[in-house]
Design a protein around this ligand. Structure first.
Ligand code: GDP
Ligand code: MG
Length: 445
């Protein structure tokens, strides 16, 4: 499913220390494929991935979020934006005016069912809807609407199949006026394909009564076709809002994502089943989360497993065991830490963490790999001679002054770093397993 594909895309971002352009590009490549496979319009996909990329690269990691979560958040926000951000209501005419709503769409899209579902919703809100049978071509269609109206206990209007739909609509309007109905829901006929007769009939109805809202009903299962249908109906008849049906089926979700972006028409409701109660207001943010499978993604990320470069890790472990850990190794481990999201995540992998390491020692070491400090730390090590790097014992105050000048930093900073380095070394001796092991479980982020 689309959710699973998106989750896979995020899985590869787990444990990244910071979002590089390449990380984001890779994740977005998979997201792009997942969206295209879900039948999202390719132009929409292109705009979408560009928007996420622009926002993601170089973004500062928010408090409490790791980079993968951050990308999930961005994708979630952009998906929401793509679907229109806000929940839109049907616009009713003010005061005593009758609001005429015309349901249009292809045959089988769900117009008749959705008309009855809507009538039920309106009744709950205190409206007095009248369901009007304007589909005169299939006798069963009139019965279907009448039966549904009875189930919903809302008023029903029909003139059989011998009148023009536009005449039926006009008569229904008069009927509504006399019977105190303030909403007219016109159930129209669809065809299997868009054709001129259907369009002409819809236009005729529109010219006969003052239609407040033309609502297009589209089957979400039809994917990109739904988008094409929406575009054509909008051009020919004019569409004010969309209701997507059959989202309960194994729809690929693409229609929900592209319709708004392509047509600019808001999705008002979604059909979630055949029962007359299965109509839900459309919430773009909830839909985005559902598409993302957000809960699952986040829990997946939380129990993420971190792969360290196994070979390098083994080498480091070896050195630590022999207490040979030097500035070169520090540099290597720094770049690993950077990849992995800080030293606390490395320490978090250690069974028996806490033995021999105080909280303040930990936060000191942590401080050394703070992103901004990291660059300065690297500058310090780069300003050391090869001899100093491989033999930390020879470090002295003269050397530190020279290093500080070379790195363009204050001597105090070099002092602090060298002290931290010695502390790390000490700590590593206490915990020989520090850099070891491939594919250990992390405790979390
Ligand atoms: P119309 O030709 O556009 O009037 O479509 P109908 O209202 O007759 O619906 C066609 C079929 O789709 C019927 O079997 C409905 O029960 C079914 N249907 C409509 N909406 C939904 C929905 O949201 N979910 C599911 N599963 N079926 C739906
Ligand atoms: Mg129908």
């Amino acid at each position: 499913s689309l959710s699973e594909k998106l989750q896979n895309a995020f899985r590869n971002l787990r444990g990244k220390g910071r979002l590089s352009e390449d990380d984001v590009k890779l994740a977005l490549k998979e997201i792009r494929i997942a969206l295209l496979e879900a039948d999202v319009n390719y132009r929409v996909v292109k705009d979408f991935t560009r928007a996420v990329q622009e926002r993601a690269v170089g973004t500062d990691i928010l408090n409490g979020l790791n980079p993968a979560q951050q990308v999930v958040k961005l994708v979630d926000e952009e998906l929401t934006r793509m679907m229109g951000s806000e929940t839109r209501e049907i616009a009713y005419r003010p005061g005593q005016e009758i609001t005429v709503i015309m349901m249009i769409g292809l045959q089988g899209a769900g117009k008749t069912t959705t008309a009855a579902k809507l009538a039920g919703k309106m009744k709950q809100k205190g409206k007095r809807p009248l369901l009007v049978a304007c589909d005169i071509y299939r006798p069963a269609a009139i019965d279907q609407l009448r039966i549904n109206a009875e189930k919903q206990q809302v008023a029903f209007f029909s003139m059989g199949d011998k009148n023009r739909p536009s005449d039926i609509a006009r008569a229904a309007y008069e009927h509504a006026r006399k019977n105190n109905n303030n909403v007219l829901i016109l159930d129209t006929a669809g065809r299997l394909h868009i054709d001129e007769d259907m369009m002409a009939e819809l236009e005729e109805i529109k010219s006969g009564v003052d239609v407040a809202q033309t609502i297009l009903v589209v089957d979400a299962m039809t994917g990109q076709d739904a988008v094409n249908v929406a575009q054509t109906f909008d051009q020919k008849v004019g569409v004010d809002g969309v209701i997507l049906t059959k989202l309960d089926g194994d729809s690929r979700g693409g229609a929900a994502l592209s319709i708004r972006a392509v047509t600019g028409k808001p999705i008002l409701y979604v059909g979630m089943g055949e029962k007359l109660s299965d109509l839900e207001q459309f919430y773009p943010d909830r839909m985005a989360s559902r598409i993302l499978g957000m809960g699952d993604v986040l829990s997946l990320i939380e129990k993420a497993e971190q792969e360290i470069d196994a070979e390098e890790a083994a080498k480091l472990t070896d050195k630590v065991k022999k207490a040979e850990f030097d500035y070169n190794d520090y540099l290597t481990s720094l770049s690993q830490m950077r990849k992995m999201g800080g030293i606390s995540s490395i320490l978090g992998m250690l069974p028996g963490l806490g033995m021999g390491v105080s909280k303040s020692q930990m936060s000191q070491i942590e401080g050394a790999v703070d992103e901004k400090k990291l660059a300065r730390t690297e500058a310090i090590i780069h300003s050391m001679t090869p001899q100093e790097r491989s033999d930390p014992k020879i470090m002295n105050i003269h050397r530190k002054h020279r290093i500080a000048r070379g790195a363009g930093l204050d001597i105090a900073e070099v002092n602090r770093f060298v002290k931290q380095f010695e502390q790390t070394r000490k700590m590593m001796k206490k915990m020989p397993g520090l850099m070891g092991g491939k594919g250990r479980r992390r405790g979390g982020f």
